[in-house]
Design a protein around this ligand. Structure first.
Ligand SMILES: [Fe+2]
Length: 225
């Protein structure tokens, strides 16, 4: 049976005071390849078979992603009240309230983009957001009501959601720019900036809550498994 008592001096999350005992114990970790910079080797002869997609393929992908994120925002609008109701601290409740208003505004801005490109919205289920909302509900079920741990669990769920949106908006923004959709790119950039701010807000609240939880444990966490 695996038995470990881990002591970690905890945790102000800026890295300076965190001590990971497992690292100090000299545990050998499985190696992973480093990430190379893709800029240098794109045209090194290995891409000869790439076919030119043409403008229509780019437009098609842009519309698919736009409809996907439109549906994602609508699902989020439906799901956020549940997260808000489940939160323990006022800080997190306020953050979810802010995100709820922001999400309604993002839906309206996406509708503006559909107008700008003269396309109708299409019904497209965003399976990723559906999964993320389902996961957030299981985070609620698996954490005790009225605790800081509940809020930390909710923030993990909320950050996954925000990061999914950031990935989509960042790419949509780039695609709009290279397509000459200047106004749409501006709208997408405004949404992206707000998603990034929201993600940072959740990160900051997580740091605060983890510090509070750590202080309640006198700075020491014991893990027995
Ligand atoms: Fe959003």
């Amino acid at each position: 049976m695996f038995m470990e008592k881990t002591e970690a001096k905890v945790l102000y999350m800026n890295g300076s005071t965190t001590t990971a005992k497992s690292a100090a114990n000299g545990i050998t970790l499985p190696s992973a390849p480093g990430i190379s910079d893709p800029a240098g080797d794109f045209n090194n002869g290995r891409n000869k078979t790439i076919e030119k997609a043409g403008e229509s393929e780019l437009k098609k992908l842009f519309c698919i992603l736009l409809n996907d994120v439109y549906n994602a925002e609508k699902r989020l609008l439906d799901g956020l009240p549940g997260l808000l109701a489940a939160a323990t601290t006022l800080k997190l409740k306020n953050a979810f309230e802010q995100q709820l208003k922001q999400t309604a505004a993002h839906i309206a801005r996406l509708e503006r983009i559909f107008e700008l490109i003269d396309k109708k919205t299409q019904v497209k289920k965003c399976s990723a957001m559906e999964g993320l909302i389902t996961e957030s509900k299981s985070m609620i079920r698996d954490s005790k009501e009225g605790t800081i741990i509940r809020d930390i669990a909710l923030i993990v769920a909320a950050q996954k959601i925000a990061q999914y949106e950031i990935a989509t908006y960042a790419n949509l923004n780039q695609m709009a720019l290279i397509s000459g959709l200047t106004k749409s790119a501006e709208v997408l950039d405004s949404i992206l900036t707000e998603e990034e701010s929201t993600e940072e807000l959740f990160s900051r609240i997580a740091e605060i809550l983890i510090s509070v939880e750590a202080e309640e444990r006198n700075g020491i966490l014991y893990w027995n498994a």
